[in-house]
Design a protein around this ligand. Structure first.
Ligand code: NAI
Length: 783
């Protein structure tokens, strides 16, 4: 259709502005449109089965990639293992040069990467060209810096080894960069599995790795579907799995890795709120919303898919949104003038359609603009849904498409409650001109990233990751580096006598027949009789002498303790670090006052070491601070450590007092509340602690202690959906069980084997990092 200049001025319509596909298609032709895996620095021949890769905008085949078998995974892991020793010892400066070269290569081939990405994924070329690819280059350049600085900035840390990385199809190259750059910077070697729908830019990346001479085996690529991913997860010689994708698969991976000692980071789904207050800049908020939910067709883990809008402006705001939606253009991803491209695959289109249709049948009002979608490929129009309840499927389930669900709220408190009313916690966007309200709401939201008067801001310098069922671990920023390193053991600051109950202090009074004083459980600041009505005898190391009796806790007691810890959580989290420090010092003081009594239970050295731990974590309570990141924008991102919430702790058998203190003190220092199961064999110093807790101003419910059989009680904690984290010290089997059970609500676990556990060798900084997760609050400024 041709139009005269006059007509164009009248309609102000955009003409097509297509980007040429030919260079990318020519690159595919050079490879015969068929690819093997990239293993040990070379392309692996002989694949038996191939997967078709289709262009979602026209359903045409683009290429075929090999379906990775367990043998392919084996070869890739062996190559990565073979390369690990040299790569981990390669000076940081040399690793930095490789990463810098990768950044430069991505920049030099930016257009080829962008076109290939849009062909493969269906995302608008404007996005792949202006967002994905520049951010990929930024990620490699930023992490070149960390490779250079690792020795100075992370002393005492070492790489993990071979890292298995599994990525989704929504940001194929960007997710590769988020995973590969920090792993290589920290001296690990990698086996990457891209998503089956979108493997092409990863293959081009492998070619670049080969071209710049990254040592063979440092980066390996195995293509294939979920079966290939599962083989990588199951491989015994992989030290860590980093996964981004659906919560269901994340949960499967948590179960598959339970008890294996593999480190795990999971970046999963979301249902992120986009909160608009009545004093917001509404035009800005509308543009923000377009970016939040129609960017990448809404196939974004942190998409602002739930609009929460102040009731007083709801009608006016939705009017503006509808008007803006009328101008959104759905079309060929390679057209530079379109806003919304194609949905990645028919299965995804079917999922979106099914969820919207079911919601409509349940009474939701569905609104879509008039403009038609192309019919050649898989497209879905921008969609606004109103008249839904907060508990409805549309308001709770991740749709992963261009579908916005809107709900009103009345007060800021209601906005926060509605925003948090989901099992996810990935991101949130808050729009208000009132800075106090903005920051207050940001702190109240359960989300790993909060954007103030902005949305979908990403940068290599800022951590990204979830709370709750959105997963754990961070990518980007200094916080992301810790996912790819381990702390080397520290030398204990004091040494203890061998942890044997025979080896008690020389000054310990001779054992006298116990006075009949049976401690109960400690729940909500009170001693509570065990529900079972049973007590357990506690024996000396000779297995004969009865030292005392403790309550035999059961499932019901754990539930009561969880309830008490939950009730105490809001107040304790809101208390200041200074206040928590005071209480920890007071605990130390009161323990010290009863040193002789506790020494009689364990040893004077153990009590002194416990006092020292209390001092360490009291010291850190107001010093384990966040960071202010400096992403390239007018503004900053505040990286704030926040408590995980309610954490269960199964304590080590030996050193019963120190083991308990070394785990509980850092948790409460950071604002968590705790349900602890003390040493099963030797719980009496824990029960003696009740009185110390009572006299040290520890608020009721912050520390709860349930004595009894460790593994059954730990299992109840692991299965409990109101427990946010679990620290377990015990057997290999117990560890496997609790890690497996923790997949239910994806609680974060930190587990150790009893026989290898030394509370004094735990690095304090590492322990504190396990006790928090980081929220990044993005704060742009400027009028
Ligand atoms: P998915 O979670 O199945 O796929 C992500 C990656 O995991 C792919 O590379 C896939 O091959 C691999 N995978 C699948 N099963 C595996 C297993 N058992 N073990 C190891 N790796 C495995 O996501 P899918 O099916 O492509 O999309 C389904 C839904 O997941 C979407 O509708 C969306 O709601 C959500 N999703 C969320 C993403 C996010 O970034 N949070 C990304 C992709 C999907």
């Amino acid at each position: 259709m041709t139009s005269s200049v006059v007509e164009l001025f009248e309609t102000m319509a955009w003409g097509p502005a297509p980007e040429a596909a030919e260079p990318a298609l020519a690159w595919l032709d050079q490879h015969g449109r068929q690819f093997g895996h990239f293993v040990g620095g070379a392309w692996r021949p002989g694949a038996e089965q191939f997967l078709n890769v289709l262009n979602p905008a026209n359903r045409q085949p683009l290429a075929q990639v090999a379906q990775g078998t367990p043998d392919d995974v084996e070869a890739a892991v062996a190559a990565a293992r073979g390369a690990f020793g040299d790569w981990s010892r390669t000076p940081g400066h040399v690793r930095a040069r490789y990463l810098y070269a990768l950044a430069r290569q991505v920049q030099k081939h930016a257009r080829l990467f962008a076109v290939l990405e849009s062909l493969d994924n269906g995302k608008p070329i404007r996005e792949s060209r202006d967002l994905d690819v520049p951010l990929v280059a930024r990620h490699f350049a930023y992490h070149a810096g960390w490779a250079q600085l690792m020795a100075d900035e992370l002393p005492g840390y070492a790489p993990l080894g071979v890292v298995g990385q599994i990525i989704p199809w929504n940001f194929p190259l960007l997710m590769l960069a988020w995973k590969v750059a920090p792993a290589l910077a920290m001296g690990n070697t990698v086996v990457l599995k891209p998503a089956e729908f979108t493997p092409l830019t990863a293959l081009l990346f492998a070619e670049i790795v080969q071209r710049i001479g990254v040592p063979a085996g440092v980066f390996n690529l195995v293509t294939g579907d979920g079966r290939t991913g599962a083989a990588l997860v199951a491989h015994p010689d992989v030290d860590k799995i980093a996964f981004t994708g659906s919560t269901d698969v994340g949960r499967e991976i948590r179960q598959a890795t339970a008890g294996t000692e593999k480190r795990l980071s999971l970046e999963l789904g979301g249902k992120s709120p986009f909160v608009v207050f009545d004093d917001a800049d509404l035009d800005g908020a509308v543009e923000g919303l377009v970016d939040a939910i129609w960017f990448n067709q809404g196939q974004v883990c942190c998409a602002g898919s739930r609009l929460l809008v102040a009731e007083s402006i709801e009608a006016h705001f939705l009017d503006k949104v509808r008007r803006r939606m009328q101008t959104l253009r759905v079309g060929d991803p390679l057209d530079k003038a379109i806003d919304i491209g194609a949905i990645v695959a028919p299965s995804q289109l079917e999922r979106i359609t099914r969820l919207v249709t079911a919601g409509q049948a349940a009474g939701a009002e569905v609104w879509q603009p008039d403009a038609a979608c192309p019919v050649d490929g898989w497209f879905y129009p921008p969609t606004l849904i109103t008249n839904v309840g907060p508990a409805s499927e549309l308001a709770q389930v991740e749709i992963f498409g261009p579908v916005l669900v809107s709900m009103p709220f009345r007060t800021p408190g209601e906005a926060v409650a509605l925003a948090n009313n989901t099992r996810y916690g990935l991101a949130a966007s808050v729009w208000t001109q009132d800075i106090d309200q903005a920051l207050d709401v940001a702190r109240g939201l359960q989300a790993g990233t909060v954007w103030l008067n902005s949305t979908n801001l990403f940068d290599a310098s800022c951590g990204f990751g979830g709370y709750r069922e959105s997963g754990y671990g961070r990518e980007g920023g200094r916080e992301g580096l810790y996912e790819y390193v381990r702390h080397l053991p520290v030398s204990p600051s004091v040494s203890l006598p061998a942890p044997s109950r025979d080896g008690r202090d020389a000054q310990m009074p001779e054992l006298v027949p116990p006075i009949d004083r049976t401690p109960k459980l400690y729940i909500g600041g009170k001693q509570a009789r065990p529900d079972s009505g049973y007590s357990r005898l506690v024996y000396a190391a000779d297995g004969q002498t009865v030292l005392g009796e403790v309550g035999d806790g059961n499932r019901k007691d754990v539930r009561n303790a969880v309830e008490a810890a939950r009730t105490a959580l809001a107040g304790w989290t809101a208390s200041t670090g200074y206040n928590r420090a005071q209480i920890l010092y007071y605990l130390a003081e009161n323990l010290s006052a009863r040193l002789d009594e506790f020494a009689g239970r364990t040893s004077a050295a153990e009590v002194e070491a416990s006092i020292e731990r209390l001092f360490v974590f009291a010291a850190y309570a107001d010093k384990f601070e966040g960071q202010v990141h400096a992403p390239p924008l007018r503004g900053a991102a505040l990286a704030v450590p926040e408590p995980i919430g309610l954490v269960g702790v199964a304590c080590p058998t030996a050193q019963p007092l120190l083991g308990l203190v070394a785990l509980v003190a850092p948790l409460i220092a950071m604002g968590n509340t705790v349900v602890a199961i003390p040493s099963e064999a030797d719980p009496l110093s824990a029960t003696d602690l009740y009185q110390v807790l009572d006299t040290s101003d520890v608020p009721a419910g912050v520390v709860n202690i349930v004595t009894g059989a460790r593994d059954p009680l730990a299992q109840v904690l692991a299965e409990h959906d109101d427990v946010d984290g679990l620290w377990y010290v015990g057997t290999a089997d117990g560890r496997r069980r609790v890690e497996h059970a923790s997949a239910g609500n994806l609680k974060r676990t930190w587990t150790h084997l009893d026989e290898r556990f030394d509370p004094l060798a735990l690095p304090a900084e590492e322990t504190l990092r396990q006790a928090v997760h980081t929220k990044n609050i993005w704060l742009p400024w400027g009028a």
